[in-house]
Design a binder for this molecule. Structure first.
Ligand code: ATP
Ligand code: MG
Length: 442
C-alpha cells in the first residue's frame, strides 16, 4: 500500500491551470448567475424582445467591418486565428452586435418587419485582466432593428433602468450624448484635427496615430494626462444640424416624461465605431476603474455596411460580471439555493437498494433528492451522513437503517424548523414527504 502511494506521488502529473483572465463559474456562484439570467429573460419578455444566439466563432471580417478597423477591439483585443484545415480567418467574438447583424442579414429576419432581439453569452478580448476586466467575460445585449425614431432609443433605455431597479443596484447613473450624422462628424473632425494639431506635443502615442486615422476616438482616451487637452476640444454637439438636434431633444423629452434622470456628456463617444445619433452609458462609482456596466446607442449605418438592406438600429450591451459585482456591493445578491429538498441516508446493502428506489420515486414526484453515496464505497455512520444532509440545505432527511427496513419503515426528519423525527411506513413515504414539504416554511 505504502509502495503504491509513493509511486503515485512520484508520478503525480503536473496540474494544468485555466487561461489567464478566463474564469470558471463555480457552483457557489451558480445561483447568482441563474438569478440574473432569469431576470433578463423576464425583462426581455416584458418588452417583446426575441432571443437570438450566434456562434462563438465568426469570420474575422464580421468584426473588422462591423466594429471598425481603428478601434481598441480590432486593433489589439481580438483572439483571431487561421483555421488549420482550410485557411479561413476566424475570430472568437469580442462583442455581440456585429455577429447578430450578420445573422439577421443572412437569415433575412428583417424582410417583413422590424425586429426586437436579445442575446447573451461569452465574449473574448485580449485585455489586461483586472477587477471587472477579463479576457472571457459575459454580455447581455438587446438590439432593436428597423426602427428610426427616438421612441425606441428611449424604450431600450427604460429597459436598462427597469433592470437596475429589478436587480437592486445602487449608484447607477445614465450619461447620454449625440454623435450626429457622418457629415456632422466630418465638420467636427476638421475642427478637431486643427485643434489637436495645434497641441500635437501633448498627444500620447495612440492619439498621434488616431489623429490621422480616427481623431474622434482621441476623446475616448483613458490617459489622465490628456484630459485637460480634451476638455478644451471642439464639441460635437455644436456641429449638429436640425434633424440630429431634434432627435436628441426628443430622446431627452421622453426620458424626462418617464422620470429617467440623465446627464449629457459631450465627451461620450463609445469604443465602437458604428454609432450615430444617440449614445449612452450607465456608470457607477462603486466598482473602481471599471465603472461602466452597460453602454450602447444608435448604429443606423451598420446593417448596410455589413451587406444588408439599409435599416436603422439601436441597442446596448451590459457586462454581466460587472453587474454581479455591483449586486454584491449593493447587497442584493440572492441567497444561495439549497442543493436539494430531501437527503436520503442508509447503511449500505439492502438498505441502499431500498434507499435508491425511494430516491428515484421522490424525484419522479418532482422532489429534488440527493442519495448519500459513501466516497470510499463503504457505508458511513449516520452521524457523518447527517452532517452532509445538513450542509446540503435539504429541508428533510429520509433515514433507512436495517431496523427501519425490517419494519418496512423509514424515519422522516425535519432538518430545519422543528427537528422532529417520526417513523413512516415505506409505502406511505412519498405522501408523507410531499405533505411535509408543502407544510414547511420557505
Ligand atoms: P471599457 O471601456 O470598460 O473597456 P467597452 O467600451 O470596451 O468598455 P463595450 O464594448 O461597450 O465596452 O461592452 C459593453 C459592456 O461590456 C461594458 O460596458 C462592460 O460592462 C462590459 N465589458 C467590456 N469589456 C469587458 C471585459 N474585458 N471584461 C468584463 N466586462 C467587459
Ligand atoms: Mg474596452
Amino acid at each position: 500500500m505504502t509502495d503504491q502511494s509513493n509511486q503515485t506521488k512520484a508520478q503525480k502529473a503536473q496540474k494544468i491551470n485555466g487561461v489567464r483572465g478566463m474564469n470558471d463559474l463555480l457552483p457557489a456562484d451558480a445561483a447568482q448567475w441563474a438569478h440574473l439570467e432569469q431576470v433578463l429573460r423576464d425583462l426581455t419578455r416584458a418588452y417583446g424582445y426575441e432571443f437570438l444566439r450566434t456562434p462563438i466563432v465568426e469570420a474575422t471580417a464580421v468584426f473588422q467591418r462591423g466594429i471598425g478597423e481603428v478601434t481598441d477591439i480590432v486593433e489589439k483585443e481580438m483572439y483571431s486565428f487561421e483555421d488549420r484545415l482550410n485557411g479561413e480567418q476566424l475570430t472568437l467574438r469580442p462583442e455581440g452586435t456585429a455577429a447578430l447583424v450578420r445573422s439577421v442579414i443572412e437569415n433575412n429576419l428583417l424582410y417583413e418587419a422590424p425586429k426586437r432581439l436579445w442575446y447573451t453569452g461569452p465574449m473574448f478580448r485580449h485585455e489586461r485582466p483586472q477587477r471587472g476586466r477579463y479576457r472571457q467575460f459575459h454580455q447581455f445585449g438587446i438590439e432593436a432593428l428597423g426602427f428610426a425614431g427616438p421612441d425606441i432609443d428611449v424604450e431600450i433605455i427604460l429597459m436598462g433602468q427597469r433592470l437596475w431597479d429589478e436587480l437592486g443596484l445602487i449608484g447607477v447613473r445614465l450619461e447620454i450624448n449625440s454623435l450626429g450624422q457622418a457629415h456632422e462628424r466630418a465638420e467636427h473632425r476638421t475642427a478637431l484635427v486643427t485643434y489637436f494639431e495645434k497641441h500635437q506635443a501633448q498627444l500620447d502615442e495612440d492619439s498621434q496615430r488616431r489623429l490621422l486615422s480616427n481623431p474622434l476616438r482621441i476623446l475616448d482616451t483613458k490617459n489622465p494626462e490628456m484630459q485637460r487637452l480634451i476638455e478644451g476640444a471642439p464639441k460635437l454637439l455644436d456641429f449638429l444640424g436640425d434633424e440630429s438636434l431634434q432627435h436628441f431633444n426628443a430622446v431627452q423629452a421622453l426620458l424626462k416624461a418617464n422620470n429617467i434622470p440623465c446627464k449629457i456628456n459631450p465627451r461620450l463617444v463609445r469604443g465602437l465605431d458604428y454609432y450615430n445619433l444617440t449614445v449612452f452609458e450607465w456608470i457607477t462609482d462603486e466598482l473602481g476603474a471599471q465603472g461602466t456596466i452597460a453602454g450602447g446607442g444608435r448604429y443606423d449605418p451598420l446593417i448596410e455596411r455589413m451587406g444588408g438592406k439599409a435599416a436603422p438600429a439601436c441597442g446596448w450591451a451590459m457586462g454581466m460580471e460587472r453587474v454581479l459585482e455591483l449586486m454584491k456591493v449593493s447587497n442584493s445578491l440572492p441567497a444561495p439555493l439549497a442543493q436539494c429538498d430531501v437527503y436520503v441516508l442508509h447503511q449500505g446493502g439492502e438498505t441502499l437498494t431500498t434507499a435508491m428506489i425511494i430516491a428515484e420515486r421522490l424525484r419522479s414526484a418532482g422532489i429534488d433528492t440527493i442519495l448519500f453515496c459513501p466516497p470510499d464505497g463503504d457505508s458511513a455512520s449516520f452521524k457523518s451522513q447527517m452532517k452532509k444532509a445538513d450542509s446540503s440545505g435539504a429541508a428533510f432527511a429520509v433515514i433507512i437503517g436495517p431496523d427501519e427496513l425490517a419494519r418496512n419503515e423509514a424515519q422522516l426528519k425535519d432538518l430545519r424548523a422543528s427537528g422532529e423525527q417520526k417513523a413512516v411506513p415505506l409505502d406511505g413515504l412519498l405522501e408523507a414527504v410531499m405533505e411535509a414539504i408543502v407544510g414547511a416554511p420557505e
